[in-house]
Design a binder for this molecule. Structure first.
Ligand code: NDP
Length: 448
């Protein structure tokens, strides 16, 4: 059987076994496509059922999460934790609370996480979890009761050496606090290494809040540098206005760029004169209001476009930082026609497969999420190091570690792509470099 046929046969089996999970199929298709050149060059990676084992989670946990509203009504949500691969270290990956969450979405995120975590060079495996609970519009007390109920089941599956969750969409500092409190109560110990993204006074790390957004900009900076460009003077679109987007926008502006548009699920704001980061944080993080409130208060040319397409704004750099498949082929074409030069995924799989192909077939340098947004999980691993040594590092030291890690990931993607004759293809570079490390560990550890 040729390598092409072998990969198609793996993929067909995976489609049948994971029916009705389109996001997971999309993530599998991209990685399997990149692996063709690896299996051609190093056929031993096809031995011992390695690829099939890699695509099957080690464990999938689904559980009921009942909770009570402020008015006494009983609600039931569904909780998930997919422990995908622990060859390199304890499972590590965030929890997402969003009404769209289902098993397929958690599997796609957990699968991506394996390669992302491998790329960081740190000893962490891949996992992901969450719930179809929507924190939007809920009171603090309701969010707390939900988190307590969620952790009442999850706590028996996690631990410093077993599985270390963190935040993701809908799970920020408030939710991590409630989750940690309930874990501590049930386990009857203050095991700080069990969750990351904690508050600074109880085991959190400086820079963790900023890390994914900052890291995405550090990666893009390296990508631009290798083409003789920089953020200085560039126009940047950052989609979303949550954790990743806010700090990507902040760092891009710190490096001299102008952030010309941001968004949330209600629409986008055009900001031709840049974004006032302090006001954005106040609107989104403190008051938990919509992005339209920013435009209403900011002045300085800011305008809200209800349900508009953020990708129609002219920019040199685009950083999609909201959610999966938010940037399709039509939007990619708009960006290309408007002269975009760099696209880096701050979110997980925000670009559809067709959009990625369009970027790769034009002059645009494209960075996949598993490389460009790895700064969050890398800093989570630094938080785990600080917890293990009962230490806490300064902001500058931690930021410098993050910068070095992102620069190392860029080099590894660039060099691996070149080694497999795919110069400038950071998707192939990330998939192959991430894969080889996990694959070597799995082969060394036997068929389990
Ligand atoms: P947040 O919940 O903090 O923010 C998500 C943002 O995306 C919100 O502004 C939300 O708007 C917006 N959004 C969601 N859906 C849509 C949509 N369909 N169209 C436009 N905007 C939308 O999440 P994070 O910032 O933590 O995560 C964002 C992405 O980054 C996710 O893909 C996540 O997996 C990824 N990521 C996050 C990491 C982290 O450290 N937090 C690490 C690595 C990756 P609204 O409020 O209207 O819903």
């Amino acid at each position: 059987m040729s390598i092409d046929q072998q990969i198609s046969s793996y993929y067909d089996k995976l489609l049948k076994r994971n029916a009705g999970e389109p996001e997971f199929h999309q993530a599998l298709a991209e990685v399997l496509d990149s692996l063709k050149v690896v299996l051609e060059k190093d056929p031993h990676y096809a031995d011992y059922g390695l690829v099939e084992r890699l695509c099957e989670p080690e464990r999938q946990i689904i559980f009921r999460v009942p909770w009570t509203t402020d008015s006494g009504e009983i609600k039931v949500n569904r909780g998930f934790r997919v422990q995908f691969n622990s060859a390199l270290g304890p499972y590590k990956g965030g929890l997402r609370f969003h009404p769209s969450v289902n098993l397929g979405i958690i599997k796609f995120l957990g699968f991506e996480q394996i390669f992302k975590n491998s790329l960081t060079g740190l000893p962490i495996g891949g996992g992901k979890g969450g719930s179809d609970f929507d924190p939007k519009g809920k009171s603090d007390a309701e969010v707390m009761r939900f988190c307590q109920s969620f952790m009442t089941e999850l706590y028996r599956h996690i631990g410093e050496y077993r599985d270390v969750p963190a935040g993701d969409i809908g799970v920020g500092g408030r939710e991590i606090g409630y989750l940690f409190g309930q874990y501590r109560r049930l386990a009857n110990q203050h095991e700080s290494g069990v969750l990351t993204g904690k508050g600074l006074s109880w085991g959190g790390s400086l820079v963790r809040t900023e890390a994914t957004g900052y890291g995405c900009v550090y990666f893009t900076e390296q990508m631009a540098k290798s083409n003789g460009d920089s953020f200085d003077g560039a126009k940047v679109i950052v989609s979303g206005s949550g954790n990743v987007a806010t700090y990507a926008a902040a760092k891009a502006q710190e490096l001299g760029a102008t952030v010309v548009a941001m968004s949330d699920s209600s629409g986008y704001i055009s900001t031709p004169n840049g974004v006032d980061i302090a006001l954005l944080k106040d609107v989104k993080e403190v008051r938990r209001e919509r992005i339209s409130a920013y435009a209403a208060e900011a002045g300085n040319g800011a305008e809200f476009h209800e349900k508009g397409n953020i990708w129609e704004v002219e920019a040199d750099i685009a950083l999609p930082c909201a959610t999966q498949n938010e940037l399709d082929a039509d939007s990619a074409q708009l960006l290309i026609d408007n002269g975009v030069r760099y696209v880096a995924e701050g979110a997980n799989m925000p670009c559809t497969a067709d959009a990625v192909h369009l970027f790769q077939n034009s002059d645009v340098a494209f960075a996949p999420g598993k490389a460009a947004n790895a700064g969050g999980v890398a800093t989570s691993a630094l938080e785990m190091q600080q917890n293990a040594s009962r230490d806490s590092w300064s902001f500058d030291y931690t930021d410098e570690r993050l910068r070095k890690i992102m620069s190392g990931i860029f080099t590894s993607c660039e060099e691996t792509a070149a080694e497999y004759d795919r110069e400038g293809d950071y998707v192939a570079g990330a998939n192959i470099a991430g894969f080889k490390k996990v694959a070597d560990a799995m082969l060394a550890q036997g068929v389990i």
